[in-house]
Design a protein around this ligand. Structure first.
Ligand code: ZN
Length: 84
C-alpha cells in the first residue's frame, strides 16, 4: 500500500509504522546540522529557514551574520562548515 506523507514523499507502507523514511532522514540530518550551534543561533537559523548545510551554502553570508542570535562563535562555525 502506497502512502504519501504531508511533504509529498510517497513510500511503501510495510509495517504499522507510518513515519515517512525520507522525512525522518531529513529530520535527522537537520538535527545534526543544528547541533553545531548554540540555542539562540539555532532559533535564528530555523527562523531564517536554514536547517541544513545546503541551506547555509545558498544563503547570502552577509545576511546570515546580521541575524539576531548569530554571534562571533556562530560565524566562525559557519566558516568551518562552509570550508568542509
Ligand atoms: Zn516525507
Amino acid at each position: 500500500m502506497k502512502i504519501t506523507c504531508e511533504n509529498g514523499h510517497s513510500f511503501e507502507k510495510s509495517s504499522n509504522c507510518k513515519v515517512c523514511p525520507t522525512c525522518s532522514a531529513n529530520e535527522h540530518k537537520d538535527h545534526e546540522f543544528l547541533q553545531h550551534f548554540s540555542t539562540p543561533a539555532q532559533r535564528a537559523l530555523v527562523q531564517a529557514g536554514i536547517t541544513s548545510i545546503e541551506n547555509l551554502k545558498s544563503a547570502p553570508f552577509n545576511d546570515l551574520i546580521k541575524l539576531h542570535g548569530i554571534g562571533r562563535t556562530t560565524i566562525i562555525k559557519f566558516k568551518e562548515l562552509l570550508n568542509q
